[in-house]
Design a protein around this ligand. Sequence first.
Ligand SMILES: [Zn+2]
Length: 372
Amino acid sequence: MKQPNGQQIISLFEQWAPKSLAVEGDSIGLQVGTLNKPVSKVLVTLDVNPQVVQEAVELACELIIAHHPPIYRGMKNMRTDLPQGRLVEQLIKHDIAVYAAHTNLDIATGGVNDLLADALHLKNIEIMEQTSAERLMKLAVFTPKESTEQVREALANAGAGQIGDYTNCSFTSPGEGRFKPSASADPYIGKANELAVVEEDKVEVVFPISIKNRVLKALLTSHPYEEPAYDLLLMDVEVNEKGLGRIGTLPNPVTLSEYAQTVKQQLQVPFVRVVGPLDKTIQKVAVLGGDGNKYIQTAKRAGADVFVTGDLYFHVAQDAEAIDLAVIDPGHHIESIMKTGVADYMNTACNEKKLACSFIPSKLSTEPFQLI
Ligand SMILES: [Zn+2]
């Protein structure tokens, strides 16, 4: 096992929840301290408050990964006689860095919204509101027959040829290649100034634009020709759709009242607020962790019978009622599901990379509300 530094830990994390997924203007990334130091223990928390900082000190954590950014709307001063400045002071005094992963972690595959959808027993889970996608590219390369297999393999190893749940997808067709090397060429086949006719294969693969450089590098290093011939096309097809919220179906229809009980149990909250007729039949469920007030119409358009989300306003609840969308509000604190979600994912990722670092879910509740 190797001792990682903070930067290595965060690069590993960002392969899962890259900053580029976050909605515009979100406060994410390193907010306090530095990543240029060895990190062996990371505390994972929904919020950073003085009790959580104390927990990190007691556990000797060098880094905190938080879902809610402690510096959200910017800081105009660093006054240690005010709560926010005092919090930063404590973190710096104990050399604890804070890294925030907010909407990028909501959107990431396997992130907050997928964790909630799984906890709520949803199947056939889809994105509720798409925020980004990538264009697909198509590469067609011409290879001498004896090299076709090695080029095909190199392209697949670079990640080309993935279609849904299938990898190593390609199409190969045989043909005849013609070329005349010039006097200054160093040809793999043929002689200077003589037309060569070679039995070649055309290998076609698709891949998302984000891995273009990696795929081209694999092509150029595996191909035997001095000047490999290839076509590269940007296609009108999108892949890797990412987005906010999830929508899925329950294995069996239930009443709104029954499903409210399931939500309460599964998300371990003392109560939920419910909008809609309690005997309404529920099968299609939309979920969005945190504040979903802006997404009532989106959930309705997506065909949801019920929308599970937090921080519901009085008038938004009335709007939902008016469009016949049931809502279950289990509160904002349900996002604390990310504590074990992130810790499990990162502990596995670090084990695979042989990095000596453990991720610990905070044991503290940061729910400010009490039920009297
Ligand atoms: Zn939140």
